[in-house]
Design a protein around this ligand. Structure first.
Ligand code: NAP
Length: 277
């Protein structure tokens, strides 16, 4: 392999056609005049290992990873960052020159950066955070909230045992609350986060009581299709500070782009527009 190769990167998942990452990364490549390419790759679980070992030989410098491979790639990586280990999943792989793989998880970083931008006055230590959902995204969100200094996380999930597992993994700052009590924890929280897929186009609506919203509470939804979910709409009506999920998607992509292509890209209005195009 020569040093003059054009850097290649991409996103691996299945299905992958819906991914906004290629549009976003190509926008940054164009904006910064970088002679690289970023491609979507639909890869089955059976082929994942072989593909990951072949890509570096073909000039790939790294890839993003999405469903259903975020956990499986940890078993194929040569080095795993502490935060990816804690979360139990990776979304950003970087290939070294010798083809070895570094696995990282930037979802928590993206989540916090999005909050910092969308709700700059939110102070993590100001009160409990209510987290709805206990899937893969919730793990990244909880790890980030704990690291940021949130004193208490009120966690609720339809399948309680999944939430209990997160309490086991993340410790006493996480308090598990029954799904039927979801409306109540909203009243007590200074930050409310939806990490379930409810409210997303094609999925059922998030049907928990939302009349407990207080003015000034920060409310964010990881769902970004639609951009304004019912949760965010009702929060806005209650004069909460709302932050949509698209910003998290944009911010989580920054570390990968910087590592692979050597430039730290900006997340601004034009970037949002490019991802939505
Ligand atoms: P996941 O691991 O499959 O978890 C799905 C979560 O949704 C679980 O808590 C699940 O509860 C809950 N859920 C699904 N259907 C439900 C229903 N009918 N009633 C109640 N709860 C239900 O998925 P994930 O990876 O965590 O992703 C969750 C959402 O976050 C997705 O919409 C994804 O697109 C979004 N996301 C956004 C970003 C971003 O950058 N904005 C990043 C990551 C993820 P059970 O445990 O009871 O099944």
């Amino acid at each position: 392999m020569t040093d003059m190769r054009i850097p290649l990167a991409g996103v691996i998942g299945s299905p992958i056609a819906h991914s906004k990452s290629p549009r976003l990364q190509r926008y940054w490549l164009n904006t910064y005049g970088i002679p690289g390419y970023y491609v979507p790759m639909d890869v089955s679980s059976e082929d994942l290992e072989q593909v990951l070992h072949t890509l570096p030989k073909a000039g790939f410098v790294g890839v993003n990873v999405t469903l259903p491979h975020k956990e499986a790639v940890l078993g194929l990586a040569d080095q795993i960052t502490d935060r990816a280990t804690l979360i139990g999943a990776a979304n950003t792989l970087t290939f070294r020159n010798d083809g070895s793989i570094i696995a990282d998880n930037t979802d928590g970083y993206g989540f916090l950066e999005n909050l910092k931008t969308g709700a700059p006055d939110w102070v993590p230590s100001s009160g409990p955070a209510a987290v709805l959902g206990a899937g893969g995204a919730a793990r990244a969100v909880i790890a980030a909230l704990i690291e940021a200094g949130v004193p208490e996380i009120l966690l609720t999930n339809r399948t309680r045992v999944r939430a209990e597992k997160l309490r086991e993994d993340f410790g006493n700052r996480v308090q598990v609350v029954d799904w039927v009590q979801a409306g109540n924890i909203i009243e007590d929280a200074s930050l409310v986060v939806n990490t379930t897929s409810l409210g997303m186009v094609g999925k059922p609506e998030l049907r928990i009581p939302l009349d407990g919203f207080r003015k000034g509470t920060v409310v964010t939804d990881l769902v970004y299709t639609p951009l304004k979910t019912r949760l965010l709409q009702e929060a806005e009506e209650a004069e909460c500070i709302t932050v949509d999920g698209l910003g998290m998607l944009l911010h989580q992509a920054v570390p990968g782009f910087e590592r692979w292509f050597g430039t730290r890209p900006a997340v601004d209005t034009a970037t949002r527009a490019a991802a939505l195009r």
